[in-house]
Each structure stands twice: as structure tokens, then as C-alpha cells.
Design a binder for this molecule. Structure first.
Ligand code: ADP
Ligand code: MG
Length: 715
């Protein structure tokens, strides 16, 4: 019969229904195509042989040439094991079988040179190899097609049912025989010659049967590029469609508010990065498409002022704006900061949170609907249905990693409508979504952001305001506490303020509160009143009490702030220069980095002290070492990603970056950049992929969509 790449795997010679079933269930291989795309995890160098005297304990993938000199059966708890003595000129070792002993005894020949391949164990003074792959040396030399032997993904079930690596290699070989010449090229010639990419046929062949290391590398490069290229193409096309379909309100002018603020009230000169990002935002707001932009900037990089100036552009065009933050404390802080600026410009601003009184709430609802209120700051409370804007033009979400996608889309629906029957209008296209700016200080490595947030445009503030000294970070053990307290005392004498933060993890809440309170007591003893004043803030307090304590610290009335992670995001007290993090090993990297970002906001040298017990896991050690080594949020994010894997990073779970067949989102970030660059360029010139040279791309793109092959994950 004639086969094509969509032919079910059952039809492949040597597979049959049982194996086909296993391949489907264990490896997700349904078709010929799927099998070709089952790429090796790694390769073993089969040109290297070991002597028995040179073996090491727990060597994996070892190849030894020797002869079987005899068999013996050894009784054990259940049944028996078969042991063969295997010798070369340097010594002897054992080959061991727990199953299939009859076949072994009948088929293996004594005193003939064999190549044994497997993992060595060290057992009661001898090396042994359990269930080795064995091949007569003669045949081994005949069969050796390539120095690099691929190792395919496997499962316990597969190896138990005899689908070994060698079996997969064999059916792969069969597949190449049956489909020879059927691999159509999927990248256009001009792109291939520009990037010196080998053709599809040769790439696939060499990734499964590498002729040389060089050809293997080129094959892998070509296939990784292709995989990433088509994903990027898909994301960029999605983004283009979004831009052409989703109309936005066009903010045509930059008017009085913006200009007068820029001329007369700007509290400092903007950094180059802030200016660049503002330009990017202005360009979005002035186009007819809805802005959907992610602003990434390390803690303290100055995102707030950029947000505020974007708000001014909305107001200049007669629209309202809102800013949503994840916590009450952060909302209040934004409110105070922005209120000061708004007052200078005669802008009406208000705050809405869970603890806003009913009467005040009513007032806000009313003034929002009649348009008197221009700017609203708040928490999730902004999302309530009762909160209706007259004409919301811009919605900003701060620290977006604390919110879900659902919340982002809820804001969408608060845009201006043309009809008075709002409920109905919401369902129709006459509702125009507001521009959306989401801000985060938890940087997602750029490469990952590119693949995950394809629907968002990304701006990065990659520069801190001038004069910031980098924060000195050290790791100290609990037994050094006295020294740490002495250091705190010295800093307070110099007029500085200190944060001491305790972990609060939900599962452990009771214990954590106890730790917090014990800590607070001991600190109160070491730093007694009236010389020292201490604030305490934690999640169980009433918002008003929290606010009171925060204010005491902000005003400098207290020198020490003892807190749980409620202060994690966004709090700004420039005079605070020391951050002590208790039980630092219990925090994640991005949380540690966020916490550290609370200091280093003023002109003084700041410090972060990570306190831990002596017992640390390897993972904790890496986290602490990373914190001590660098202040760079992006570098920290990369380490975090490596430690936790992309699946854990907010919002990436469903996105499919995990489903890559051959490329690795972290290790292949250079190829990703390259692929994105070319995908972008091609679409810039030919957004519908209708030029003759892009025919191949269009065809492949459609095929991929049809068979949901490499990207069935992109919705
Ligand atoms: P984040 O990006 O973490 O939200 P903020 O917007 O809170 O940072 O800014 C941190 C601090 O830096 C604030 O005190 C802010 O006033 C100050 N700041 C922001 N931009 C500049 C700048 N260009 N020059 C000097 N200080 C700045
Ligand atoms: Mg902030």
C-alpha cells in the first residue's frame, strides 16, 4: 500500500497491533509523522570501548568487548538469577539476568567475542551489568551505522515489553525505507541558503542516524529552528490579527495634562529606558488598535511614573483611566503617590478597595458613571459589576503576576460603549475595550515571554534610575544572629530603617504566626522602647491597623518593620536600607528578589541579609547563592526557570512551551531569537504569505494547523 506521513503506525512493517498500542499509549506516537518526530534525548558514543579493569562504579552506557566463559544459576528470594562470567584480557565481570534466562542460555555462545552494552553496578566486590545488550562483535561491526547511537525516550512499560532502544531504531530504519523521498521541504530555499540550513530529508535522517557529530549538530539546528520558527510565526500572526480586528480607542493628541506635567512637575529626569517605553506606549495608544502591552521592569526601575504618564494621555483625550494593584497596601501607596501629582494638575482621583465604606463607594460609583471621576486606583474591587465607567480608555494592572488572565479580560469589558443598554452592548462589537497595560517586576526571561505572551507586546525597562547603589546581599546562619542585630543597631544609629520579614505559607500558617510573634518579641527585647520603635504588619490584621503601622514606618516614626510577605510588592520607603529575610530558604527566588527590592530605593548603601538554618537543600543553596551573586532580575528569573521548569511560571502551564519536540526553550534561546527575527521579517514584507518564495511556508503552516502537530497547544 502507499503510505504517507499520516498513515497510522500499525501499518509500519515490524510494528503490529501490540507494539502500535504501546507506542500510542506510552509515547503518543500515532502516525508515521509522530514517529519521525520522536527525537532522541541524547546520543551515545559507540566508538568507545572500556576495558574491565578501567570500569568505574555506576558507569552508564558502557561498552565492553569480552567472552562469556560460563554460566551459573544463583538462587534468590524469588526464583533465581542467571549469572555469566564475562572476561577480557584485563579482568572479569558478571552479566546478570533476572528474566528470559532460558533464551539466553540457548542462544548465547561461549568463548566468542561479544560486545556487552549497559550500565555497570558494583556488587559484592565485582562489577556487573544487568540485562546487557549483547551482540557478537562481528555483527556489531557490520551493524554499526553510526558512531553516535541515539537514545530515545522510553518508559518502564516499553522496556518491560521488549521495545528497547534498539527496537525503536530498527522501526525507525524501516520507516525511512518505506517513506523514502516523502519528506517535503518545509522551509523556503532563500531562508535555508541564507542560514545555511541543511534540507529536511537530510536533517531528519541525521538526527536519527547521525553520520558524524557535525552533521548531527546541523540536523538538530535545522529542526530546532524550524520548530521555533513556526511557533513564532503562529504567535505573530495571532498578534497581527488581534491588531487588525480588535479596534481600540485612538488617543490622537498628547495634550495639556501630559505636557504641563512633563514641563513643570516631573520630579526627576526620566531614564532612557523609561522614555523609550513611553514612546512605545504612545505609539500604541495613537493607533486604531487596542493596546495590549506587558511592561517588564525590575523592582525599583520606575514603572509607576510611566503608568502615570500613560494615564495622562488617556485623560488628555477625554477618557478615564484606572490602576489596579493586588493588595490594599500597594493600592493605598499608589493612591497617595499619584494623588500628589494629580492635585498639581487638578485631576480627580479616588481609591476603591474592599474596605471602602458604603457611602464612599456609592459616591465613587456615581462619579465614575457621570464622568466626574477621572482616575480610579484600587484592588480587585475595581472588577465588581457595580463599577461602571463612563468612558474607560486605559486600564493598568500593576504586578500582574498576582492576577489571572480572567481578571485581565474582565477589565476589557469595562470599555466605552455606544449604546445605553450596556448589557446588550457588551455582547456586541459596539463595545470597545480599553487599552491595557500590565506591569510586572517578576521578569519572565525574555525568551520565554516571547513564546508565551505572544498576544502581548512587550516593553522592558532595563535600566535603574541613576545613583542607585547595588544592594549588598549576604547569607547568614541563625547562630550569627547577635552579629546581625549589632549591624541593625549600627544602621539605625545612622538614621536608617530596617525591614525584618517572616515567611507565611498557608499550609503552615499557625507555625508561621508563632514564628512571627516569637521573632517580634525577641526583637522587642533587643530593641527596647523608648529608644527604638517597632511596627508590625501581617495578614491577620485589619486593613486600617495595617495602614496605621505602615504609615508610622513611612513617616519614620518607627525604625523597624516586622512583617510577613504582605510587604512583598511595591512598598516604597526610600529611607529603609536593610532587609532581613528570616527562614530565607523557604522563599522562592522571585519572592526573595521582590523583597530585596524594598530596599536600595534611596541614596544610601543598602543591605539584604538572608537568614537560614544550617540544613539546606541543594535547591535552596542555589537560590541563596544566586541572590548573593546578582541583583539582576532577569538573571534571577533565568535561574528560577531552570530550577523550577517553565511549567511553574505563572500562566505558562497551558501555553505549550513544554511540548516542544526538539528545541529547549532555555538552552536554545539563541535559535528562538533567530527564528522570531526571521518570522517577523517575512511577515513584515508579506503578511499574507502570498509571495511565491513563501509558498512553502504557507503550505507548511496550513498543514500544521490541519494536523495539529507541533502546536496543537496554541489555541
Ligand atoms: P517599580 O518599577 O518597582 O514600580 P517605582 O515606580 O516604585 O518602581 O519607582 C521606584 C522609585 O524610583 C520611586 O521612588 C520613584 O520615585 C523613583 N524613580 C522612578 N524613576 C526615576 C528616575 N528616572 N529618576 C530618579 N528616580 C526615579
Ligand atoms: Mg511598582
Amino acid at each position: 500500500m502507499s503510505v504517507n506521513l499520516q498513515t497510522p503506525i500499525d501499518y509500519l512493517k515490524g510494528v503490529g497491533p501490540n507494539r502500535a498500542d504501546l507506542l500510542r499509549k506510552e509515547l503518543g506516537v500515532h502516525t508515521y509523522q509522530d514517529l519521525i518526530n520522536l527525537f532522541p534525548n541524547r546520543y551515545i558514543d559507540r566508538t568507545q570501548y572500556y576495558k574491565i579493569s578501567g570500569l568505574q562504579r555506576n558507569n552508564a552506557d558502557v561498552q565492553v568487548i569480552g567472552k562469556i566463559t560460563g554460566f551459573k544459576e544463583v538462587a534468590q528470594k524469588r526464583g533465581k538469577r542467571l549469572v555469566a562470567t564475562f572476561v577480557d584480557e584485563t579482568g572479569a565481570m558478571e552479566l546478570v539476568w533476572f528474566r528470559g534466562q532460558k533464551w539466553i542460555r540457548e542462544n548465547l555462545k561461549l568463548n566468542k567475542p561479544y560486545v556487552a552494552f549497559g550500565k555497570t553496578n558494583w556488587f559484592s566486590g565485582k562489577f556487573s551489568m544487568a540485562h546487557p545488550e549483547l551482540e557478537l562483535q562481528e555483527e556489531h561491526e557490520k551493524n554499526l551505522r553510526s558512531a553516535m547511537q541515539p537514545v530515545y525516550p522510553s518508559t518502564e512499560k516499553l522496556s518491560n515489553k521488549g521495545i528497547s532502544n534498539r527496537v525503536i531504531s530498527k522501526i525507525m530504519q524501516q520507516l525511512f525505507t518505506e517513506t523514502n523521498g516523502k519528506f517535503v521541504e518545509t522551509l523556503p530555499d532563500n531562508l535555508r541558503s541564507e542560514l545555511k540550513l541543511i534540507n529536511k530529508q537530510s536533517a531528519l535522517f541525521n538526527v536519527h542516524f547521525p553520520k558524524s557529530q557535525e552533521l548531527l549538530s546541523r540536523a538538530q539546528f535545522r529542526l530546532k529552528f524550524e520548530e521555533l520558527f513556526y511557533i513564532q510565526l503562529q504567535l505573530i500572526i495571532k498578534n497581527l490579527i488581534h491588531k487588525s480586528k480588535i479596534k481600540g480607542v485612538s488617543f490622537e493628541t498628547v495634550g495639556n495634562y501630559f505636557n504641563s506635567f512633563f514641563k513643570d512637575h516631573l520630579p526627576f529626569e526620566l531614564t532612557h529606558a523609561q522614555k523609550r517605553v513611553l514612546k512605545e506606549i504612545r505609539a500604541d495608544l495613537g493607533s486604531n488598535a487596542q493596546m495590549n502591552r506587558l511592561l517588564q521592569g525590575d523592582v525599583g526601575s520606575g514603572k509607576t511614573i510611566v503608568a502615570f504618564m500613560s494615564i495622562l494621555i488617556a485623560l488628555d483625550n477625554g477618557f478615564q483611566a484606572c490602576l489596579m494593584a493586588p493588595t490594599e497596601i500597594l493600592s493605598v501607596q499608589h493612591y497617595y503617590g499619584l494623588q500628589e501629582l494629580c492635585n498639581k494638575l487638578n485631576i480627580s482621583i479616588s481609591i476603591l478597595t474592599g474596605s471602602t465604606k458604603t457611602s464612599k463607594r456609592r459616591e465613587i460609583h456615581e462619579s465614575l458613571e457621570n464622568g466626574e471621576l477621572q482616575v480610579l486606583i484600587g484592588t480587585h474591587a475595581l472588577l465588581e459589576d457595580k463599577v461602571k465607567f463612563k468612558n474607560l480608555g486605559l486600564a493598568i494592572i500593576d504586578e500582574q503576576h498576582r492576577f489571572g488572565v480572567a481578571q485581565r479580560s474582565k477589565l476589557w469589558r469595562k470599555g466605552p460603549t455606544q449604546s445605553s443598554q450596556r448589557e446588550e452592548a457588551r455582547e456586541t462589537s459596539s463595545s470597545i475595550p480599553p487599552h491595557i497595560l500590565v506591569m510586572t517586576a517578576t521578569p519572565i526571561p525574555r525568551t520565554l515571554a516571547m513564546s508565551v505572551y505572544g498576544d502581548l507586546d512587550i516593553s522592558v525597562i532595563d535600566e535603574l534610575p541613576p545613583g542607585r547603589k547595588s544592594i549588598k546581599t549576604v547569607h547568614r546562619y541563625d547562630k550569627n544572629r547577635l552579629n546581625v542585630f549589632r549591624f541593625i543597631r549600627d544602621e539605625i544609629d545612622k538614621g536608617r530603617q530596617v525591614y525584618i520579614v517572616y515567611p507565611l505559607i498557608q499550609e503552615n500558617e499557625k507555625m508561621d504566626y508563632k514564628d512571627l510573634m516569637d521573632g517580634y518579641e525577641s526583637i522587642s527585647r533587643d530593641f527596647p522602647m523608648p529608644d527604638y520603635q517597632i511596627s508590625i504588619v501581617h495578614g491577620k490584621m485589619k486593613p486600617a491597623d495595617k495602614e496605621f503601622e505602615m504609615q508610622r514606618f513611612i513617616k519614620g516614626e518607627t525604625q523597624i518593620m516586622v512583617a510577613t510577605t504582605v510587604i512583598e510588592v511595591g512598598v516604597n520607603v526610600p529611607n529603609a536600607s536593610v532587609m532581613i529575610i528570616e527562614s530565607a530558604e523557604r522563599f522562592g527566588l522571585s519572592q526573595l528578589h521582590q523583597l530585596r527590592g524594598r530596599v536600595g530605593r534611596g541614596a544610601e548603601q543598602s543591605y539584604c541579609i538572608l537568614m537560614t538554618s544550617h540544613k539546606l537543600s541543594a535547591n535552596s543553596k542555589t537560590r541563596l547563592e544566586t541572590m548573593v551573586r546578582t541583583n539582576d532580575g532577569f538573571e534571577i528569573a533565568e535561574v528560577d526557570l531552570r530550577l523550577r521548569g517553565p511549567g511553574d511560571i505563572m500562566g505558562t502551564q497551558q501555553s505549550g512551551v513544554l511540548n516542544l519536540k526538539i528545541a529547549d526553550i532555555i538552552k536554545d534561546s539563541d535559535i528562538l531569537q533567530l527564528a522570531r527575527h526571521h518570522a517577523k521579517n517575512i511577515l513584515k514584507i508579506d503578511s499574507t504569505l502570498s509571495l511565491p518564495e513563501n509558498k512553502v511556508i504557507l503550505h507548511t503552516y496550513k498543514q500544521l494547523g490541519k494536523y495539529k502537530n507541533i502546536w496543537n497547544y496554541i489555541s
